[in-house]
Write a protein of this length. Structure first.
Length: 243
């Protein structure tokens, strides 16, 4: 665990994102993460009382403090965590993460998606990211509201973007019997966004192992780059916000 948390800190130091979302953190994990100087440079949402929880980190000025919204339909104490940031000279951005209900609980997942996007609906610019646990074989095609788009599908429509991949993540394959039995290659982790003032310009899968047989997580990470653009002038600025 120590090596994996150290690797997360190293990734954050290397990629230097403005915003960070973490899922399935525990108090023990977080204690190890805080040994990283790169992680300590961020403002972080408080830990939750659950055994495992989500966290948000920001290097940008906060417009509103992080807020947790417990889901109405959750047997697993899942929630939506939202932070609103205001980059200098740029429009506010709501940044949210969640770890949606797991495995066969597709009805709860659908309710949690609807609840999450409803909470974010009043924001002109919002990004939802996290472990959605969506498995098309169980959930079917997940249709988003009209104003929302899936950043991976928009930017890399011909790439499956598997973030939970038993063929490529040897650590997960060694310990996860469900993944082995189901030959799991799934795009569990997603970025959804609605934007009046920003556009997604790049998205990247973070999938490098620490060493043979060891990865930072059983899920691969995602890195999304946003660029602000001025609708009223039709131009683009070079200021980038990376999450």
């Amino acid at each position: 665990m120590q090596h994996r948390m150290e690797a997360i800190g190293n990734i954050i130091a290397q990629k230097n994102p403005d915003l960070v979302a973490l899922q399935e953190m525990t108090a023990e994990h977080w204690k190890e993460c805080l040994k990283s100087e790169a992680i300590r440079r961020y403002f972080w949402s408080p830990q939750a009382p659950q055994r495992y929880f989500t966290m948000l980190g920001s290097r940008l000025p906060a417009k509103m403090e992080p807020v947790r919204y417990p889901f109405k339909a959750s047997k697993m104490q899942r929630d939506l965590l939202v932070m609103t940031v205001e980059p200098t000279g740029l429009p506010p951005l709501a940044f949210a993460t969640s770890h949606l209900e797991s495995l066969d609980e597709h009805k709860a997942r659908r309710a949690q998606i609807d609840e999450s996007l409803s909470i974010l609906a009043d924001h002109a610019d919002a990004v939802f990211c996290g472990d959605t646990n969506i498995n098309e074989a169980v959930d079917g095609h997940v249709k988003l509201p009209r104003d929302w788009e899936d950043a991976w599908l928009a930017l890399k429509p011909d790439d499956p973007g598997y973030t939970f991949d038993v063929e490529r993540n040897g650590m997960m394959a060694a310990v996860d019997g469900w993944a082995r039995a189901n030959k799991a290659r799934l795009r569990f982790d997603r970025f959804w966004m609605k934007a009046a003032n920003y556009a997604a310009t790049e998205i990247e899968l973070i999938d490098e192992p620490i060493k043979d047989g060891l990865w930072p997580s059983d899920h691969f990470g995602l890195l999304l780059t946003l660029q602000e653009w001025r609708q009223n002038r039709g131009d683009q600025r070079k200021d980038c916000s990376t999450t």
